[in-house]
Design a protein around this ligand. Structure first.
Ligand SMILES: NC(=O)c1ccc[n+]([C@@H]2O[C@H](COP(=O)([O-])OP(=O)(O)OC[C@H]3O[C@@H](n4cnc5c(N)ncnc54)[C@H](OP(=O)(O)O)[C@@H]3O)[C@@H](O)[C@H]2O)c1
Length: 253
C-alpha cells in the first residue's frame, strides 16, 4: 500500500486530489496550513467514501506551514511515526505539492514580506517536502512527485509578478529534479493550471469572470475535480513520464 502526502488538501484542488486518490487503497496524509474542521471534513468524507466502496487504507491529517522548513521536518517525523512498520515502510511514495497562495498587486508595491512568503509557500516548500520524501523513495526504488503549478509560471501575468516568478521556479525545479531522480525511477512532473474554480479566484466579480471565460477557448473555468483526474492519471503512469509541465488551461495560453 502506497503512502501519499497531499499538501493544501483542505480546499480547492488539493481537496479534490485527496478525494480522487482515495479511490485507490493507500495511506493518505492530508496537510493544510490551518488544519482544523475543514481538513477533518475532507478526511471524514474519505473515510465515508472508502467504507461505502470497500476500499482499504487510512487517512491522517497534519496541520503544518509548508513554507517553514522546521515545520516540514516535523511533519515528516509525524508521518513516519504514524506508519506501522509491520504494515509498510515509513515514508512517502507519492508527494503532491499543491499548497499555494496568490497575490495580486503591482510589482513595485510588493513588500519584502509578501515576496518572501510567496516564494516560501509556492516554491521553497517543494524543496522542503521533496528532500524529506526522496530518501524513502530511493530506498523503495520508485516514487512520484507532482507539483501543482500555473500557466503564469509559463507565460507570466501582469500584477502577479511574485506569483508568476514562484511558479516559473516550480517549473524549473520540476525539470531539474526530474533529471536528478530519473535514474532512481522517481518521476517528477507538474500540472500548469489555468483558471480553476476555487477560493483562489473568488475575488473576481461576475463581470470579470465573464470576461475571463470569453478569453478561454474552452469558455469556462475548470473544476478542481478535473485537475484531480489528471493528477491521479499522472501518478499512475510509468515513471518514464517525467520532467513534464502539463498545461491544463482549456486552450487559454
Ligand atoms: N485556482 C486556480 O485557478 C489555480 C491556477 C493555477 C494554479 N493554481 C495552484 O493550485 C494550487 C491549489 O490552489 P487552489 O486554487 O486549490 O487554492 P485554495 O483553494 O486557495 O487552497 C489553498 C490550499 O493551500 C493551503 N495552504 C496555503 N498556504 C499553506 C501553507 N503555508 N502550508 C500548508 N498549506 C497551505 C490552504 O490551507 P488552509 O485551508 O489551511 O488555508 C488550502 O488547503 C496552488 O499551488 C495554486 O497556486 C491554482
Amino acid at each position: 500500500m502506497k503512502n501519499v502526502l497531499i499538501t493544501g488538501a483542505s480546499r480547492g484542488i488539493g481537496r479534490a486530489i485527496a478525494l480522487k486518490m482515495a479511490e485507490d487503497s493507500s495511506r493518505l496524509f492530508l496537510n493544510s496550513l490551518h488544519g482544523g474542521e475543514r481538513l477533518e471534513e475532507v478526511a471524514a468524507e474519505i473515510v465515508k467514501l472508502r467504507t461505502e466502496k470497500g476500499i482499504a487504507g487510512s487517512v491522517n491529517t497534519i496541520a503544518c506551514d509548508v513554507g517553514d522548513p522546521a515545520a516540514v521536518r516535523e511533519m515528516f517525523r509525524t508521518i513516519e511515526s504514524l506508519v506501522d512498520e509491520r504494515e509498510g515502510k515509513p515514508g512517502i511514495d507519492i508527494l503532491i505539492n499543491n499548497a499555494g497562495i496568490s497575490h495580486i498587486g503591482l510589482s513595485q508595491d510588493t513588500d519584502d514580506e509578501t515576496w518572501n512568503r510567496i516564494m516560501a509557500v509556492n516554491l521553497s516548500a517543494l524543496h522542503y517536502c521533496s528532500r524529506e520524501a526522496i530518501p524513502h523513495m530511493l530506498a523503495a526504488g520508485e516514487g512520484r512527485i507532482l507539483n501543482i503549478s500555473s500557466v503564469w509560471g509559463n507565460v507570466g501575468a501582469s500584477c502577479e509578478v511574485a506569483y508568476s516568478a514562484s511558479k516559473g521556479g516550480v517549473n524549473a525545479f520540476t525539470k531539474a529534479l526530474a533529471k536528478e531522480l530519473a535514474p532512481s525511477h522517481i518521476a517528477v512532473n507538474a500540472i500548469a493550471c489555468g483558471c480553476i474554480d476555487t477560493d483562489m479566484n473568488r475575488h473576481f466579480d461576475e463581470a470579470e469572470r465573464k470576461e475571463l471565460c470569453e478569453e478561454i477557448p474552452a469558455g469556462r473555468f475548470a473544476l478542481p475535480e478535473e485537475v484531480a483526474g489528471l493528477a491521479a492519471a499522472i501518478c499512475s503512469q510509468s515513471t518514464y513520464l517525467t520532467g513534464q509541465i502539463i498545461t491544463f488551461d482549456g486552450g487559454w495560453t
